[in-house]
Design a protein around this ligand. Sequence first.
Ligand SMILES: O=C(O)c1ccccc1NCC(=O)[C@H](O)[C@H](O)COP(=O)(O)O
Length: 200
Amino acid sequence: MFVKICGLSTAQDVAAAIAAGADAIGFVLTESPRRIEPAAARRLAEQVPAGVLTVAVFGREPSAEVRRAATAAGVGAVQLHGDHPPAAFAELRDLGLRLVRATSAAAGAGAACGDFGEDLLILDSPVPGSGEPWDWSELGANPPSGSWMLAGGLSPANVAEAIAAARPWGVDVSSGVEVRRGVKDPALITEFVQRAKAAG
Ligand SMILES: O=C(O)c1ccccc1NCC(=O)[C@H](O)[C@H](O)COP(=O)(O)O
């Protein structure tokens, strides 16, 4: 089970995610209470070992801004929210970074990872980073295929149930490992990673 912890902003939280065995770490570089500057993301990314994927998270920024900020942050991947068209992923391909497409369950049911030129696919709640769970049974008999992550309202308390219900390749969390919006709890990060790995 691939586990991504998103919205990190302190060295302590990054260290907790790495120590717990997270596979990917996200830095929010778009409008959000979790937003950090690309230079801050670079400082955090520099403490991440090569085997852990660092991800810069964006919303509807134009490709030129995504390129500028992702390059400044020195990350290994770019995550785009906001239902960008395939052309947006094609425009970023020459950056040499992994490309992550985040979309809602309604848009992603039956999708295949790679449909838009992405390397990883995330099925999220309609409001990313809100911590709002959605009805995983919406996927029904039509889950995505390939390397797709379940996100949206996951927490240590429900991640095992979510994995059993949706059978994703990976999971992604932000709010569920926070004590309040934008403030992560290292103990919750550790618990989330352990429970997700045990369930997968
Ligand atoms: O975190 C944000 O505020 C955010 C804002 C705009 C686009 C994406 C954002 N976050 C992405 C994520 O944290 C995760 O990929 C995912 O949405 C999980 O969020 P949560 O439901 O809070 O666990």
